[in-house]
Write a protein that binds this ligand. Structure first.
Ligand code: ACM
Ligand code: ZN
Length: 773
């Protein structure tokens, strides 16, 4: 039995108040009372989320409930107008499995009742501002007998159908027959169009090879939320995933890494790509291939060594770092190779865009390569960076004949790039000012909001994800505004939208992978679903719904009904923690009020300092505890699906001046009187080159902590150490350890290893902090 902790928002009743004041024959008391009711009614109406009843994400531009209702049954027909056969079939396959109804799908309009009509409107969409947005707009009308989905194109019809699915019970997403569900849809008139034309997700299949089945599933996940760009990161230092017939070693060599039992990899055949693209196209998802130049290219260089400056034989990377071996800009053969690769690539991907990467090129090899230096002289340029602009221009010219526009990370948007390009802004949103003035387009993929390979929190037990950035919570993801404040309105059409990145380099980080058992286990894909949902739903609304209509409290109310949809669809997600409403201090301690952020889930809690689990008592009302740190609570969807704990960690406020918390030590981490190693994850704490001070601070226990040495590792390789004796107890001496970092890389994993012991036994507690000088 599942206890529903919260009121079901969908049952909120909005009182009809408008005629109350005109009631005849009221005495004064009644009138006053009624006025109060009217006021309460007004208050209630204004406090209620506008569309909570329908809970559609992304929130449509306009919804008017019309009091009607439509119920699907075995006699319901799907009628489609010319050009919409595929959309009708997709709708059939979305509705049929769970309902078990074998709907008649027809282009012969026989019935006027109990029918779903799909049509393309002739007059254009009502509200979209540009052709691209117009193409995706739709109107959806649900009346008692007829549902009409009217798009300005098949894409608009597809989106109307996605909205319709969200108006049906969550079980509609299930692929198994749901016998008990009544398929009732609330009557409404919806008119809708997106705010941005680029609503993207990047999937890094280079560092971790996701099989075709997952890519197709990922497209379904995107389509459910009207996301329309799959940026396919196909090539990198750790793998080349696209079959190119002219260069078979790209995949026979470049798609595989490691030796023996560790060997892993894979690639998409051209037939696979055709299937993926067709599947995506039907769902209005544009698949943009990324072929990275000039850096992040080691897998292809391992296959064809002549592509790099030295011509030496390298191997495909098995640990994450950014290779210094990049394509040689001096040799003409590099460009011949790329022309061939693009030719085959464009035959597979109809997208008008080609992503060429362009990020994080280190120029060490170009600086010493005779071919590159000759090129530099001929071009008469001063810097290697200008040579990268030259490189990009050559590519622009190469792809122009195919009608393609280049897309690249914001590094490509540099002076001198002749033709218009799309910059994916990851460093700093302000870069889009200059890009816009130069005539380029921008897509926001900002590290602070869009890097979904970073976990949502750093609560212990959080998914092992990239940690070089601060966590990105659901709310943070929702706060992205793709439009730059202060951008001249004339440039606004050049801000195309936003995109989240799902890098998979953490899957080749030794330090993190240790905790992810066999590398090819399906679990890696589950991790990605966990990283994707619910944040992608937030990004979808950021990109689709008009900014002025976005409101976190309202989104929060709608998203709580979507977890059931993910469950039914078989999509993994991160279960949100119970929501803390208040923790007021009173005479008996702290009174904690919680709400579940997941419709239909329980909250379970403890008050004895242990962490709540699926067997802990069920929360039904506010709980009072003497000490906040003794309380914890989790959201329980079912025995196997529950959240991380909400708890109140004791703060280390007095140590704030020593920097960020790196780790805590407890008796279990200390061997006792013998020295042992205390390992600490410093990824994200070390985030640029510089000098760092690490300090140890004892808080309680019999034993002080004695420290012998501290070593710093980058991607498993020792890069610095400080060996000296120090201790921390009721007093401290030499308890600070210093390091210099001069080869920082984005995405690198940093680990600290301290050799420590307790002076009496292992009963020692404390915390370690790090500060950049
Ligand atoms: C990037 O994160 N290197 C674009
Ligand atoms: Zn070179």
């Amino acid at each position: 039995m599942i206890n529903i902790v919260l009121r079901d928002q969908s049952k909120n009743f909005v009182p009809e108040v408008k005629n109350l004041n005109t009631q005849p024959k009221l005495n004064i008391t009644m009138k006053t009372r009624l006025t109060k009711w009217v006021m309460l009614g007004v208050l209630l109406i204004s406090a209620l989320p506008m569309y909570a009843q329908l809970n559609i994400i992304p929130l449509p531009a306009s919804i008017k409930e019309n009091g009607a209702s439509f119920t699907l049954n075995s006699q319901t027909k799907i009628y489609y107008e010319k050009g919409l056969k595929q959309q009708a079939e997709l709708l059939y396959s979305a509705l049929s499995p769970a309902t078990g109804f074998n709907f008649e799908v027809t282009d012969q309009k026989k019935a006027v009742k109990n029918i779903i009509v799909l049509k393309v409107s002739k007059g254009g969409a009502p509200m979209a501002k540009t052709d691209a947005l117009n193409k995706e707009s739709y109107k959806l009308s649900v009346k008692n007998d007829v549902i009409t989905i009217e798009g300005t194109s098949p894409a608009g019809v597809f989106y109307g159908a996605q909205t319709l699915l969200q108006m049906l019970p969550a079980e509609i997403y299930n692929k198994q027959l749901q016998r008990k569900t009544i398929w009732k849809i609330k009557g409404a008139e919806i008119a809708d169009a997106p705010s941005y034309e680029w609503r993207g997700m990047m999937l890094d299949v280079a560092r971790y090879f996701f099989g075709k089945h997952f890519v197709l599933k990922f497209i379904d996940m995107m389509a459910m939320y009207k996301m329309n760009v799959l940026h396919f990161h196909l090539t990198d230092d750790a793998g080349w995933r696209l079959e190119i017939k002219k260069y078979p070693k790209l995949t026979s060599v470049g798609a595989w890494r490691g030796e023996g039992a560790e060997r892993t990899g894979g690639y998409y055949t051209q037939e696979d790509i055709k299937e993926i693209v067709a599947y995506a196209t039907a769902r209005n998802v544009d698949v943009i291939p990324e072929i990275e130049v000039p850096a992040h290219a080691l897998a292809s260089i391992a296959a064809y060594p002549d592509l790099c400056c030295t011509g030496e034989q390298y191997t495909v990377q098995t640990q994450h770092s950014i290779s210094k071996e990049i394509y040689c800009v001096g040799k003409e053969s590099t460009f011949d190779f790329l022309a061939d690769v693009f030719k085959e690539t464009f035959a597979l991907f109809p997208s008008k865009y080609i992503h060429i990467g362009g990020d994080e090129a280190q120029y060490d090899r170009w600086k010493t390569c005779p071919h590159c230096q000759k090129r530099k002289q001929e071009l008469g340029v001063k810097t290697e960076k200008e040579m990268q602009v030259y490189f990009n221009q050559r590519i622009q010219k190469m792809v122009k004949g195919y009608g393609k526009t280049i897309v690249g990370w914001d590094e490509i948007i540099e002076d001198g790039l002749k033709d218009k390009a799309v910059g994916m802004i990851w460093h700093d949103q302000k870069k889009a000012f200059k890009a816009s003035e130069a005539g380029h387009y921008s897509v926001m993929a900002l590290t602070g909001y869009c890097y979904f390979d970073v976990a949502e929190s750093n609560i212990p037990g959080e998914v092992k994800a990239a940690t070089w950035l601060q966590p990105i919570s659901l709310e943070k993801a929702y706060q992205l505004n793709p439009m730059l404040e202060g951008l001249d309105p004339k440039y606004r059409p050049q801000i195309l939208g936003a995109e989240a990145t799902l890098w998979s380099d953490q899957f080749i980080h030794g330090t993190v992978l240790q905790e992810i058992a066999p590398i090819n286990e399906d679990r890696s894909e589950k991790y990605f679903e966990y990283l994707t949902f619910p944040r992608m739903s937030a990004l979808a609304e950021v990109c689709w719904t008009a900014h002025e209509k976005q409101a976190w409290p309202d989104f929060e109310k709608r998203i709580r009904t979507h977890y059931k949809r993910y469950d039914n669809a078989g999509f993994g997600y991160r279960v949100p923690l119970p929501k803390l409403i208040s923790n007021e201090k009173g005479a008996n301690g702290f009174t904690i009020k919680l709400e579940s952020d997941v419709e239909g889930a329980q909250i379970r809690y403890t008050t004895d300092g242990t962490r709540a689990n699926v067997y802990s008592p069920v929360y039904t009302q506010a709980v009072t505890v003497p000490k906040l740190s003794d309380f914890s609570a989790i959201t329980v969807v079912n025995r196997n699906q529950y959240s991380l704990p909400l708890y109140f960690p004791e703060k280390y406020d007095k140590f704030k001046k020593y920097g960020a918390l790196v780790a805590e030590w407890k008796p279990s981490a200390i061997k006792g009187k013998d020295f042992g190693t205390l390992e600490m994850n410093a990824t994200g704490k070390i985030n640029e080159n510089g000098e760092y001070v690490l300090s140890f601070w004892y808080t309680e226990g019999h034993s002080r902590l004695e420290i012998k040495s501290v070593e710093l590792y980058k991607n498993g390789v020792k890069i610095a150490e400080d060996v000296h004796d120090g201790y921390t107890g009721s007093s401290q001496e030499n308890n600070q350890y210093k390091f210099k970092v001069d080869a920082y890389e984005t995405g690198a994993a940093f680990t600290l290893k301290a050799v420590v012991r307790g002076d009496v036994d292992n009963d020692s507690n404390g915390a370690v902090f790090i500060k950049k000088q």
